[in-house]
Design a protein around this ligand. Structure first.
Ligand code: ADP
Ligand code: MG
Length: 344
């Protein structure tokens, strides 16, 4: 697992409790709401008059990640980011996480420590406390389960179901970069399998690969909403691709939408790489997953609050007619169908 020839420690040598002690050694609770963390039968959270939000994700080796090109530290970081993104997408703050792992004896202690370096870095960057978890063995591979816990005032929580007719549909950042990063990594893996001596220069694709290996969650957008007194009418994080996320919002809200292809923004590197892979940028933005950007709807009266900020991209509006349309650049329109990222 690690490149140097230093002697590695097998997990049996240290045992389950030894491992938990080691992994929790440097954990310090920072949030006032974290009353009790690792070390008892249960953690304790005090959210006083706020509502509590809970979201769980499970990640399985070979299904959700491939360790042949995914460094364990990045995997730890991304596991936390993808979980807390589900709390932010409710317009809430994330304060705590629990991390549970099942590991096979193929993994050495040093590898698990690498994984936790990523976990701890993400917790630090996002101001989240690690307050517990579970540790067990697996017959094969690594399984990770993360539970993210957040809080918000009841009237600020944003669901998928609140989009209203004529609301604007807005996305943050660039979409599709994580999917293209994955294509680059998969291609290099194939090259490496044929020629293990290959040492490719991937620096050209940095922005795309980084989005795949070390994505960030948009808590900055949640802060922006609070500072500018914006409460979106509906919101979701874009983990599965724009098309399946807009379908979720429209179905939950019992409305339709008109999206406009010419309003979608792509970076130059994204466009060049799409050309190189013979992929169509709009299709990738619609169906590529794992960008962890936000998709939300707002009342038109709030447009003035976001229009001068290039983090935001208004791509369409909500309609009474329940059909979902994408208006293409060639002046034709197409119905949006779910091309989302499927684990199964
Ligand atoms: P129990 O037998 O009550 O489930 P454990 O021995 O599994 O207790 O866990 C002891 C403490 O360590 C608990 O506070 C638990 O939340 C925490 N813990 C266990 N595994 C992990 C882990 N992988 N990451 C963080 N905390 C953990
Ligand atoms: Mg346990």
């Amino acid at each position: 697992m690690t490149k140097n020839s230093k002697k590695l420690t097998s997990l049996d040598q240290i045992g389950e409790f030894g491992l938990i002690n080691l992994l929790s050694k440097n954990v310090r609770l920072k949030n006032a709401s974290s009353i009790m963390g690792i070390g008892d039968d249960s953690a304790i959270i005090d959210n006083s008059d706020l509502q509590t939000l809970v979201s769980t994700d499970m990640l399985v080796e070979g299904i959700h990640f491939d360790l042949s090109y995914f460094p364990l530290k990045h995997l730890g970081y991304k596991s936390i980011v993808s979980s807390i993104s589900d709390i932010y997408s409710m317009n809430a703050i994330c304060n705590q996480v629990t991390v549970s792992i099942a590991v096979s004896n193929r993994f050495k202690l040093e590898s698990i420590e690498e994984f936790y370096l990523g976990i701890n870095l993400a917790c630090k960057n996002y101001g989240v406390d690690l307050i517990g978890g579970d540790t067990t063995s697996s017959n094969k591979g690594l399984v990770i389960s993360i539970t993210a816990i957040g809080s918000a005032k009841k009237e600020k929580i944003v669901k998928r179901s609140g989009a209203k007719i004529n609301d604007l549909i807005v996305t943050t950042g660039f979409l599709g970069n994580a999917y293209l990063g994955l294509q680059v990594l998969e291609r290099e893996k194939q090259v490496f399998l044929v020629n293990p001596k290959s040492n490719p220069d991937l620096s050209k694709y940095k922005e795309l690969i980084e989005r795949q290996l070390k994505p960030e969650a948009r808590n900055d957008i949640i802060s922006f909403f609070h500072e500018n007194s914006i409460i979106p009418t509906a919101m979701i994080d874009i983990s599965d691709g724009l098309s399946s996320e807009i379908i979720h919002i429209c179905n939950s809200s019992k409305v339709g939408c008109q999206l406009f292809e010419d309003k979608m923004k792509f970076s130059d590197l994204f466009k060049e790489t799409c050309e190189e892979f013979k992929l169509e940028p709009t299709t990738i933005a619609l169906s590529g997953g794992e960008d962890y950007e936000l998709l939300f709807t707002i009342n038109q009266n709030d447009y003035k609050k976001i229009k001068d900020d290039n983090k935001f991209n208004v791509i369409g509006h909500i309609t009474e007619n329940k059909d979902l349309f994408l208006n293409l650049k060639n002046k034709t329109k197409t119905k949006i169908s779910s091309l989302g990222w499927k684990s199964f």
